[in-house]
Design a protein around this ligand. Structure first.
Ligand SMILES: NC(=O)c1ccc[n+]([C@@H]2O[C@H](COP(=O)([O-])OP(=O)(O)OC[C@H]3O[C@@H](n4cnc5c(N)ncnc54)[C@H](O)[C@@H]3O)[C@@H](O)[C@H]2O)c1
Length: 88
C-alpha cells in the first residue's frame, strides 16, 4: 500500500509518514518546505513543490500510479499570519 502525504515534511505529516512505515505502508511525500524540514524527508520518496502545482501532481501520480490514498497535511498554521494575510 502507498499513500501520498502532502505536507509530509511538517510535524503532523512526517509523524503520519513514520506511522505508515511502521505499518508497512510506503509514504510518498510532497512538500514545498515553506516551513517543513528537509531532514524529515530523509530516506523517503520526496517531491519538493507546492500542492497547487498541477504538473507536479501529475508527475507524482504518473510515477506512482499505485497510490491508494492521499492525506493532506500541507498548511500554513500560524493564526496571526492567516489573519494578517488571509489569501496566502
Ligand atoms: N500541530 C498540531 O498539534 C495539530 C493539531 C491538529 C491539527 N493540525 C493540523 O495539521 C496540519 C499540519 O500541521 P503541522 O503542525 O504539521 O504544521 P507544519 O507547519 O509542521 O507542517 C505543514 C507542512 O505543510 C507544508 N506546506 C505548507 N503549504 C504548502 C503548500 N502549498 N504545498 C506543499 N506543502 C506545503 C510545509 O512546508 C510544512 O512541511 C494543519 O492543517 C494543522 O491545522 C495540527
Amino acid at each position: 500500500m502507498k499513500i501520498l502525504i502532502a505536507g509530509g515534511a511538517g510535524f503532523i505529516g512526517s509523524t503520519i509518514a513514520s506511522a505508515c512505515l511502521d505499518n508497512g505502508i510506503e509514504p510518498v511525500i510532497l512538500d514545498s518546505l515553506v516551513t517543513g524540514r528537509r531532514e524529515f524527508t530523509s530516506g523517503r520518496v520526496f517531491y519538493e513543490g507546492d500542492i497547487s502545482d498541477g504538473a507536479l501532481i501529475d508527475t507524482v501520480f504518473t510515477d506512482h500510479p499505485d497510490i491508494n490514498a492521499v492525506i493532506d497535511c500541507a498548511a500554513l498554521i500560524v493564526v496571526p499570519d492567516s489573519v494578517a494575510d488571509p489569501l496566502s
